[in-house]
Design a binder for this molecule. Structure first.
Ligand code: AMP
Ligand code: GLY
Length: 432
């Protein structure tokens, strides 16, 4: 098959790496890709993955390329092209593409849509209200004594979520989002949720419009600094599985979240084919959904795909075809840990173009895969080219072994200003 992967981060490197192992993959492109993706080769014939100078949101360019190369399967990584309707456009042109359509992408592109859906179909979530009027939003925040989370409705590069502990903060958050338009049109409406306490976990389920197949659990580390301090980031590291949900609890979550989700989609005429990634808080009164994402998590993908034993081309194909009921997901029982190495200053401003050394030494360690996120090739040298630069991923007999292996590999890699958390997976290993 000719395969095109869209995106350029660590998630897309993990997707390309796993797809490249499939005997079905005979030629592969990635748009736009990164330096690590350009270094991958296909297991079937040794040919190199080719990176294309086409941005993930250049829908006309991507469509023209897919048509000209007779792409058999396009795989979409990031949320923006999904929200722009890339899947609908490719399908209208008769092309096979994996990812959610524009209607289904609303679960991520509109928090108001998601919150109303959860309430309508009885999916456990935070007590919440949805607002188009700032005064009404403030009244609701006051009813929660200001302990709430104010969320811009639309996509805001992961920044449109403001956590508030008192009414003054909550009122400021409403003004910032709805009046000051800090996130532009994304803030025309807001969702205000009660502030939930608990352990946060990531769930993923592969869906085909009828069937949802739940993955094992994973946990991201969203804050920039150790101990969950500092600013929110795209994710500084993950591990899988987590000890916080037993298999029985996971099955019950599946029943309380996935079943009403799929039922609601059918009732609303939403054909959900792709990944559903609910962010879930494990509260004293049970698991509650904070948000839905309609794509693979980054860096969750790095730990999932290093554990997945199925052929990913066949899995994604079954998701497109609606035949997931015939597939059994199989997971390596070992644990995986991914430590993100970021540019100095991230998630604020950071320099680009810093030379990266030690990649070969790290990758030659057993059970290590260094996924690239923000990297580029400049005059033959791999350099930093983004906030999150690398996802150093290890698989081990247990979490501790995987954690030690990941940090040993991190220790081999250097670039000016590199920063990473030293406590990825620590919550699982030393519960408070
Ligand atoms: P979201 O993009 O909606 O997942 O929010 C980003 C992050 O904010 C989540 O990963 C949580 O860490 C935090 N968060 C969101 N909603 C809540 C809530 N209702 N209570 C506590 N924390 C939350
Ligand atoms: N891991 C966070 C995200 O992908 O949204």
């Amino acid at each position: 098959m000719n395969i095109l992967v869209i995106g350029s981060g660590g998630r897309e490197h993990a997707l390309v790496w796993k797809l490249a192992q499939s005997p079905h993959a005979l030629r592969m492109w990635c748009a736009p890709g990164n330096a690590g993706i350009a270094g991958e080769r296909l297991a079937a014939n040794g040919s190199a993955v080719e990176c294309l100078p086409l941005g993930a949101e250049n829908l006309p360019g991507l469509l023209a390329f897919a048509q000209s190369q007779a792409i058999d399967l396009t795989v979409v990584g990031p949320d923006n092209p999904l929200a722009l309707g890339i899947v609908d456009q490719f399908q209208a042109a008769g092309l096979r593409i994996w990812g959610v359509n524009q209607n289904a992408a609303q679960f991520e592109s509109s928090k108001v849509f998601s919150q109303k859906f959860m309430e309508k179909y009885g999916i456990p979530t935070a007590a919440a209200g949805t607002f188009a009027d700032p005064a009404a939003a403030k009244r609701f925040a006051a009813s929660l004594d200001g302990r709430c989370v104010v969320k811009a409705d639309g996509l805001a590069l992961g920044k449109g979520v403001l956590m508030c502990t008192n009414l003054a903060e909550a009122e400021r958050a409403v003004d910032e989002i709805m009046v000051g338009k800090a996130f532009g049109a994304a803030g025309a409406q807001t969702v205000i949720q009660e502030y939930l306490e608990g352990m946060e976990v990531s769930l993923h389920a592969l869906c085909d419009g009828h069937t949802a197949k739940l993955f094992p659990t994973s946990q991201d580390h969203k804050r920039a600094l150790d101990g969950d301090h500092g600013l929110n980031t795209g994710g500084m590291g993950t591990y899988s599985p987590t000890p916080f949900l037993s298999d029985a609890e996971l099955a019950s979550v599946s029943q309380k979240i996935l079943e009403p989700f799929m039922h609601g989609c059918r009732a609303e005429g939403i054909d959900y084919r792709g990944i559903l990634y609910p962010g879930v808080m494990l509260t004293k009164t049970g698991p509650k959904v904070l948000e839905f994402n309609a794509r693979f998590g980054d860096p969750e993908t790095q730990v999932y795909l290093t554990r997945l034993e199925n052929d990913l081309v066949e899995l994604l194909d079954a998701s497109v075809s609606g035949t997931l009921d015939k597939v059994k997901l199989t997971w390596n029982p070992r644990a995986a840990v991914c430590v993100v190495m970021a540019s100095g200053g991230y998630p604020g401003n950071y320099p680009k173009g810093q030379a990266i050394s030690g990649l070969a030494a790290a990758n030659s360690l057993p059970e290590i895969k260094v996924f690239h996120a923000g990297t580029a090739l400049k005059n033959g040298q791999i350099v930093t080219n983004g906030g999150r630069v690398l996802g150093v991923t290890a698989v081990g007999a247990d979490l501790k072994t995987a954690q030690i292996a990941a940090y040993t590999a991190v220790g081999k890699i250097h670039f000016e200003g590199a920063h990473f958390r030293r406590d990825i997976a620590a919550k699982a290993l030393n519960p408070a």
